[in-house]
Each structure stands twice: as structure tokens, then as C-alpha cells.
Design a protein around this ligand. Structure first.
Ligand code: GUN
Length: 285
């Protein structure tokens, strides 16, 4: 079984971005603005990880840690200020936001050219039309792993379990696209799918993004399938994926572990999007 080592690939991506930034001596470094509203502990951990990754890569990150009662108007004004700031190439609003804040309004407030999460409807629409865009980080990380491990899904049956706006939906779009690491025949499964096990068993490429830890067992996969486990849940025993890893490992061709699989790629793709936006803005793109 091929164990897909996302941690190593993410490190390679980060090193090559660091070199690209170092080559541009003299100019300003790439800048990322991160908004963290409230005190969700998981979000605080994610934001700290993003800041550390920026620091190690040579990206100047600025975190705005705002109290949970921050009014909508203030958040929108701060985002608008980052849109106008020429030293900011990327803007990220860590989700979930406190309930009184309108998530869509915040995403819409971000300049699409600085939307390094790829959540703005303009980027979602461009992705769906096959136009150049800032792609969402987690699905882009999965595609990058397929590229690095030479596992093209073209002509294969792909099943995506989960239909979130952040992972399942855009991943299905990328897999069905007429382009590199696309051209799969894609089925999207969700909570109302009558027989998830049956659908999964048909998959040559299986993408798990449900957030149901350990729920996909060996009887649900085709022998020799390629499995990307994108479902990451925090449990008392640590991070856990949707796959029952031990039961799948002797049956599949390739599998991503949790942790150390797709997770580290998400941050690497965030850095890549930020550097891409920076090189466009500084006329190097
Ligand atoms: N919350 C969970 N995942 C993400 C992500 O990729 N980006 C943002 N902004 N918030 C998240």
C-alpha cells in the first residue's frame, strides 16, 4: 500500500515558495491578513499554524484577533481596509464566525483577487467555468497530491463523500473538469444518499469529506482503490479521519493518513495562493 505523505509534500511546496520569495530580493514580501473573531479553540490553533507557516516561508502575516462581540460593520470595514492596503495580497476570515455575524457578507466583502481561501462566489464561479482563479485550499491540496504521486483520476470512477462548500463541492468540480487531474466520472454522496457503502464500493478514487471519524470500513471500498481521507475530526484521542485506517490499509492501493495526509497540504496551498496573488500584484505573474 502506498502511504501518501502529505507532510513531506507540503514541506517541499513550502520550501519552493520560500525560494521564490527569497529570489525577489528588494521588493516587498507577500502579505497575508488573517481575521480570527471570538475564542473558538480549534480556530485559534489553525490560525497559529497559518501564522507559523507564513513566518517560515517569508510571508508577512498580520492576524486580527477580534472579540466575539465584534459588530458586523466593524469586521466589514476592517476587511475593506485590507482590500485597499497594497501590502496585503491575501485576506482570510477564519470560519466558523460567531453566530451573529453574516459569513456570506464577510466573504463577499473580500476583494476576489485577495481571496486566498477561494471562498468568494467569483472564485467559485470561475472554478466552475474552468477559468483562472484562486482555488479553495483543501481540494487544491488533494489535486496536488494526485499530481506529486502520479495518480491521475482521468477516465476513472470517482466518489466524493460529503458536499460542503469548502471541500466536497469544489473537489467534485475539479475532478470533473476537463483538465489535468480532472476528467473523472464523479458521484457526490451526502446525508441523503440511500446506500453510501454501495456507492463507495464502485469508486476507483474515493474522497472522504464527511467528518464521521472511522466510519468507512474495508467492506466499503473496492480492492486497489485510491483513497484520500479529507475528513478530519478532533477526538479525545487526537485527529481522526473518516477512514477506518487499519481496516483499509491492506485492501487499497493508496491512502492518506490522518494526521499527516491532506491536512498539511491545506496550509501549503494557502501559502501558494498568497504567493500567486503577490506575484500577480507585483507584476511578476
Ligand atoms: N475553517 C475550517 N477550514 C477553514 C479554511 O480552510 N479556511 C477558513 N478561513 N476557515 C476554515
Amino acid at each position: 500500500m502506498l502511504l501518501i505523505d502529505g507532510k513531506s509534500v507540503a514541506r517541499e511546496v513550502r520550501e519552493s515558495l520560500a525560494e521564490e520569495i527569497a529570489r525577489a530580493r528588494g521588493g516587498r514580501p507577500p502579505g497575508l491578513a488573517v481575521f480570527l473573531v471570538g475564542d473558538d479553540p480549534a480556530s485559534a490553533v489553525y490560525v497559529a499554524g497559518k501564522e507559523r507557516a507564513c513566518r517560515e516561508t517569508g510571508i508577512r502575516s498580520t492576524a486580527f484577533r477580534l472579540p466575539r462581540e465584534t459588530p458586523q460593520r466593524e469586521l466589514l470595514e476592517r476587511i475593506a481596509a485590507c482590500n485597499r492596503d497594497d501590502a496585503v495580497d491575501g485576506i482570510l476570515v477564519q470560519l466558523p464566525l460567531p453566530a451573529h455575524l453574516d459569513t456570506l457578507a464577510c466573504i463577499l466583502a473580500i476583494d476576489p483577487a485577495k481571496d486566498v481561501d477561494g471562498f468568494h462566489p467569483e472564485n467559485v464561479g470561475r472554478l466552475s467555468l474552468g477559468l483562472p482563479c484562486l482555488p479553495p485550499c483543501t481540494p487544491a491540496g488533494v489535486v496536488e497530491l494526485m499530481r506529486r504521486y502520479d495518480l491521475p483520476p482521468a477516465g476513472k470512477l470517482a466518489v466524493v463523500a460529503g458536499r460542503s462548500n469548502i471541500v466536497g463541492k469544489p473537489l467534485a468540480t475539479m475532478l470533473a473538469a476537463n483538465g489535468p487531474y480532472g476528467n473523472a466520472t464523479v458521484t457526490v454522496c451526502h446525508s441523503r444518499t440511500p446506500n453510501l457503502a454501495e456507492e463507495c464500493r464502485r469508486a476507483d478514487f474515493l474522497f472522504l469529506a464527511m467528518g464521521r471519524p472511522g466510519s468507512v470500513t474495508a467492506d466499503m471500498v473496492k480492492p486497489g482503490a485510491v483513497v484520500f481521507d479529507v475528513g478530519i475530526t478532533r477526538t479525545p484521542e487526537g485527529l481522526k479521519g473518516d477512514a477506518d485506517f487499519e481496516s483499509l490499509r491492506d485492501k487499497v492501493r493508496a491512502l492518506t493518513p490522518v494526521p499527516g495526509g491532506v491536512g498539511p497540504m491545506t496550509i501549503a496551498m494557502l501559502l501558494r495562493n498568497t504567493v500567486r496573488s503577490w506575484s500577480m500584484r507585483c507584476g511578476k505573474g
